[in-house]
Write a protein that binds this ligand. Structure first.
Ligand SMILES: Cc1ncc(COP(=O)(O)O)c(C=O)c1O
Length: 357
């Protein structure tokens, strides 16, 4: 077996220990004589799996009973529509436009509510975060993307929105550092970066915000349906939730969010320090806006960037090409990327610089 270090923005590398556990349990989960994939979602064994996954996520983020934890389908993208469908009362919402994914959310929300884009760095190709200081928020909710996967920027603090619920797409930085869930109306994340397999979307929703969807809302798109049925109105993505549960267990066994946050900061600092001290690689994001999850960088030449990604892959460091919207290179270093992977990347960067200077 020759496992690679996978720097993909998602689906991303999973913790090795989680894969080993899933492998050991693949054919016979806990003496049931079957795989979790083959198991009825109504069985006692599965009930325990989904309940433990929820319990452990609550423990990791200290989530109170004021919030529902929902395991949804349709990835993070379905939330771009579900949010305005479920949260519209006044008929307008404030959106912070910080990148590709918030732009997509804005486009979708416009079908259901009046969108006010309160700040944006679109004109600067999202190469820094927009400034929300001093904005007087209004409407049904304030929407933001906490980490901009493609542009490599991440909000380290969140807007104070008072009584207006703050909704954050945390797809690419959920569970990477401490947050106070109580400051949010809703947090959601596609699972495929810090949680588990794609398709699954984990949502943490303030219960007081559930139950406001119009009568004609399709039943599967109403938060109430999922909240009232323990995310089992229909057959949930059972295996994805099982893996998510193993990831939450892995995090708890490794010191929880505090420990993960520390190591994530260490990993990101190693790469940024290396880039900042190099005359060969650059990252032009203002230091305060830099993402700890997605490190974007480039050489002086687009062809050299391509050569870098190709040669890195041949050396077991895969998916380092930047998103087509920005080009260059990107190292996604989510929770499951071990520090050894970061050291291996930096060693490769050094060698590539010597060979191509
Ligand atoms: C911040 C962010 N939001 C949303 C999405 C879309 O997620 P999905 O493919 O699960 O719909 C992504 C995917 O990379 C993302 O990075």
């Amino acid at each position: 077996m020759n496992r690679v270090y996978n720097f993909s923005s998602g689906p991303a590398q999973l913790p090795y220990d989680v894969l080993v556990k899933a492998q050991a349990e693949l054919l016979d989960y806990n003496s049931t004589g079957m795989s979790v994939m083959e198991m009825s979602h109504r069985s006692a064994a599965y009930k325990e799996i989904i309940e433990n996954a929820e319990k452990n996520l609550r423990k990791l983020y200290n989530i109170s009973d004021d919030y529902a934890v929902l395991f949804l389908q349709g990835g993070a993208s379905l939330q771009f529509a579900m949010i305005p469908m479920n949260m519209t009362k006044i008929g307008s919402a404030d959106y912070i436009d910080s990148g590709y994914w918030s732009a997509k959310a804005i486009k979708e929300a416009k079908k259901f509510t009046n969108v006010r884009v309160v700040c944006s760095t679109k004109d600067e190709n999202y190469n820094r975060l927009p400034d929300f200081e001093g904005i007087k928020f209004e409407g049904d909710y304030v929407y933001m993307t906490s980490n901009n996967t493609i542009y490599g920027t991440e909000f380290k603090k969140y807007p104070q929105t008072g009584d207006i619920p703050l909704i954050a797409d945390m797809s690419s930085d959920i569970l990477s550092r401490k947050i106070d869930v109580n400051n949010f109306g809703m947090i959601f994340a596609g699972a495929q970066k810090n949680i588990g397999p794609s398709g699954l979307c984990v949502a943490i929703v303030k219960k007081s915000l559930i139950g406001n969807a119009p009568e004609n809302t399709p039943i599967m798109l109403d938060f109430k349906t999922h909240s009232e049925n323990g995310s089992m109105y229909n057959t949930p993505p059972t295996y994805g939730i099982y893996i998510a549960g193993l990831v939450f267990e892995w995090m708890l066994a490794n010191g929880g969010i505090d420990a993960i946050e520390k190591i994530n900061a260490e990993k990101a600092a190693l790469i940024y320090d290396f880039i900042d001290n190099s005359s060969f690689y650059t990252n032009t994001i203002p230091a305060a806006d830099r993402s700890l999850m997605n490190v974007v960088f480039k050489t002086s030449d687009a062809d050299l960037d391509k050569k870098f990604a190709k040669e890195a892959a041949a050396n077991g460091l895969i998916s380092l090409g930047g998103h087509r919207a920005v080009g260059g290179l990107r190292a996604s270093i989510y929770n499951a990327m071990p520090i050894e992977g970061v050291h291996a990347l930096i060693d490769f960067m050094k060698k590539f610089e010597v060979d191509n200077k």
